[in-house]
Write a protein that binds this ligand. Structure first.
Ligand SMILES: [Mn+2]
Length: 339
């Protein structure tokens, strides 16, 4: 077992979380709108682990808002995840305990935010630097590569065994948030946790194949389109591309198929910051940024100018202005950042 913490404040928060679970019969776990590998992996990994320690819990619902990406279909227990948009009747009116994973702000929970606020106890487990500690109990560990890694730390401290199902889900969380163990968040501990999860039954080759090597053709086409239209700015220190709803539709693709584009741009020689600017169905515009420079904190930059957040080197924001206006404003801000 990897004991990752001797910090007394951290242990107290883990104990508070334990106590909250120990006095609850109905629990729901939710995450940010538009689930990704870390949100789903953390949710399901935690759900699969609770029965062992907490026989008092009669019901655990995993609730998401926004579309579930098809790529995660193989994850154990995914079929029981409730979409609050599609089947709100499957959700209780009120829960004893609400748990948010991988979400930096209450507003990012979307339609699940109201349900979160009405729960008796609330718990926030996350690793985003921009997290504003919106729950009663807040476990925010920004040194973790994924929220799934925080869950593993908690389970290890509780001495809770990790089943093969939980290990598979938690490995998905770690794999996807480290970009396949490539990002600067990939610490020795991240590899230790990966090793622990593999020993616990995560089939790492199968999982990698499911996530990165079985992409629909439309995703490759969309990637090609976005890269062909990418534009260097500030002598190539910035590389940006945009996608309209119509362009995404041309390939019969969905928003989830834009995954990977921003990282492709980040990998171009000389690029310090990459940007993907997308038109959203709501009339809003979504900005995603990646930084290759330790001294350019894109989470702080987006927080200051566009009300977004995330991590120092990977962040996003949703804004009300249209694609052209947003692009112009963003580029002038980025220009100053890369000077
Ligand atoms: Mn995450």
């Amino acid at each position: 077992m990897i004991m990752t913490t001797e910090n007394p404040q951290k242990l107290r928060r883990y104990q508070d979380a334990y106590n909250a679970l120990d006095r609850s019969e109905t629990v729901f776990i939710t995450a940010h709108v538009g689930p990704d590998g870390d949100t789903l992996g953390s949710m399901l990994g935690l759900k699969h682990s609770l029965a062992y320690l907490f026989p008092n819990i009669k019901r655990v619902d995993c609730i998401i808002a926004g579309r579930m990406p098809d790529v995660f279909h193989f994850m154990p227990g995914i079929e029981d995840v409730i979409s609050i948009d599609k089947t709100p009747e499957k959700v209780l009116d009120r829960y004893d305990l609400a748990i948010s994973v991988d979400c930096g702000a209450l507003s990012r929970l979307g339609p699940a935010a109201r349900l979160f606020e009405t729960a008796t106890d609330t718990l926030n487990i996350d690793h985003h630097v921009s997290n504003d500690a919106f729950a009663h109990i807040n476990i925010i560990e920004t040194d973790a590569a994924a929220s799934g890694q925080v869950i593993v730390r908690i389970l290890n401290t509780w001495q809770c065994p990790v089943s093969p199902e939980a290990a598979t889900c938690l490995y998905v969380a770690l794999l996807t948030d480290t970009g396949g163990f490539r990002h600067s968040s990939t610490t020795p501990e991240a590899f230790e946790v990966a090793g622990q999860l593999q020993r616990a039954g995560a089939d790492v080759t199968y999982i990698y194949n499911q996530i990165y090597e079985t992409q629909p053709f439309c995703q490759s086409q969309l990637m090609a389109h976005a890269v062909l239209n990418a534009k260097p700015h500030a002598e190539g220190r910035i590389m940006w591309t945009s996608l309209t709803l119509k362009e995404i539709e041309t390939y019969n693709a969905l928003d989830e198929h834009t995954e990977g584009i921003i990282d492709q741009l980040r990998c171009i020689q000389g690029v310090q910051v990459s940007a993907l600017i997308k038109e959203m169905p709501s009339g809003r515009t979504k900005i995603s940024l990646r930084s290759n420079r330790n001294d350019i904190d894109v989470s702080a930059l987006l927080g200051e100018h566009f009300g977004g957040g995330g991590h120092k080197k990977a962040a996003g924001a949703s804004v009300e202005t249209d694609l052209a206006t947003t692009t112009q404003a963003l580029l002038s801000i980025l220009e100053k950042a890369v000077k």
